[in-house]
Write a protein that binds this ligand. Structure first.
Ligand code: DLZ
Length: 158
């Protein structure tokens, strides 16, 4: 659970390097798009707030979170892309689909990041219900898209 100490929404701009020449690929899952759109807007706002140029942000969609990995790979393999931000929402249902998707995405994005030596951030909101997801998309637990963008920016200054 996000806490006041761990919530990256509060990251300070001074902690990051100059990203004005950096290029960002964003992959957004269409599944639960009413929420992923808000997360993506939070990510883009954060990049702009920290000095990225609008023309340097490339937003792409994939059908569902399971496809985030391949989408991330398509972007990460492009030399001009410096970091990739992945956004999705997986809500628990009657079956274990969420487990399979979440693990696949976590492992997949880790592999892409290591394979291409680029930040690939995990903006996957994984919740038990819709309310918890909304709480993390501009609600009481902040906006996880903001956090995913902040993590990518931070890693670029590593
Ligand atoms: C199939 C499926 C289900 C049941 N739930 C979600 C979800 O909560 N969030 C999400 O992003 N995607 C879901 N999907 C779609 C899969 O991620 C994937 O797009 C399909 O299985 C096709 O490969």
């Amino acid at each position: 659970m996000a806490t006041s100490l761990k919530n990256l929404n509060d990251y300070k701009k001074e902690g990051f390097g100059d990203i004005s020449e950096k290029k960002f690929g964003i992959v957004v899952a269409d599944w639960h798009s009413e929420i992923t759109d808000v997360l993506c807007a939070g990510a883009i706002d954060t990049l702009l707030k920290h000095g990225a140029q609008k023309e340097h942000i490339f937003r792409n969609t994939v059908p569902g979170s399971f496809e985030l990995t391949l989408g991330a790979q398509f972007l990460a393999m492009q030399e001009e892309i410096d970091a990739v931000i992945c956004i999705g929402v997986v809500i628990k249902g009657d079956t274990k689909h969420d487990d399979y998707i979440n693990h696949a995405v976590a492992n997949g994005l880790t592999n892409v990041s290591l394979k291409f030596n680029k930040p690939v951030s995990f903006g996957l909101v994984t919740t038990n219900n819709l309310e918890q997801a909304l709480d993390r998309a501009g609600g009481k637990h902040g906006n996880k898209g903001v956090e995913a963008a902040a993590a990518a920016i931070h890693m670029l200054s590593f």
